[in-house]
Design a protein around this ligand. Sequence first.
Ligand code: ZN
Length: 352
Amino acid sequence: MERNPLFFMLRKHFFMMIFLFFLIPATPTLALEDHHNVLPKLLEGERILKERSFVKNETPTVYLTFDDGPSKLTPQVLDILKTENVKATFFVLGQLAESKKDLVKRINDEGHSIGNHTYSHKYNKLYTSFSTYWQEIQKTEDILEEIIGYSPSIVRTPGGTYKNWDPFYFFYMDQADYLIYDWNIDSGDSKRVGVPSNEIIQNVKKAKLNNKLILLMHDGNGHEYTVKALPEIIHYFKGKGYQFSILTEKVEPIVHPNIATRWERENEFEKRSMFVRTAREIEFVKNTEKITRIQQKNFDDLLSAENTRLLVSAETTWEKVKPKSIKYQISMLIDKITQVVFSFPMLFNYNE
Ligand SMILES: [Zn+2]
């Protein structure tokens, strides 16, 4: 039998609502709302965006993006973009930028945007340890800073966030003020080796059009067919009346929220359950106690610590900054009671 999703939501949160009903009049409601809003967002992999103002595009806009370069194909891509008089975004790998500095410089000089795509692109290193991930982002930043004079805060993660990132990554990268861009059109040029140009063009043409499109393509080695397909892709969007723009901090990110990651973490601290608790509690501190500076220092400590020390570091810093207020104690109590209530399966798990 089909039931309204609202029914399930109400049933799931029934006891929580009863508690809140009695507790809210006695406590500052803002603090409780903040507390309970953060966790579900993190669990859904949603970013907790800082206050930023993003551009509103009057005309339909397409953001062409090229990942995995720079490579020997990048000059051809740049030539085509110049001929067509359009701008694009290149998510470069630190390792390649290091050995092809001239190309990175040319991308920048010709008015395109440059983003961080990590140093090594190695999934099994990047997604089994946030510390490693963080170090690769920093290393790539340093390399780019040396070549173009600034370090971009726009990031595309190898393979996209979907099934690679869990709330831990979203939360920390957001706290560190990075902007994360997935895509909403996949040219399919990296589905397998040697996807022919026609197929790439068809993938683009059959995609749903909307006002803001971020198109995933690759200019890394082996993507000759993408280069070949590029002029027709550009003509297609020109024909549809799109303007071409570059990703900057002014463009609101598009991410595909998902709580599942296929990667197992190497260290205890980064195991999700531990993180979610710490993240939620630190976020709670930020929202209610206004000690952002201390909280920021915690992140610095956490991120610079050795993996083996992370757990200890988190626990001790948390002990130091843990709010003593009655609001906090009550909200923790609600959590505990809710956990106990929901551990009685017979109350809720009958057959539909
Ligand atoms: Zn990539």
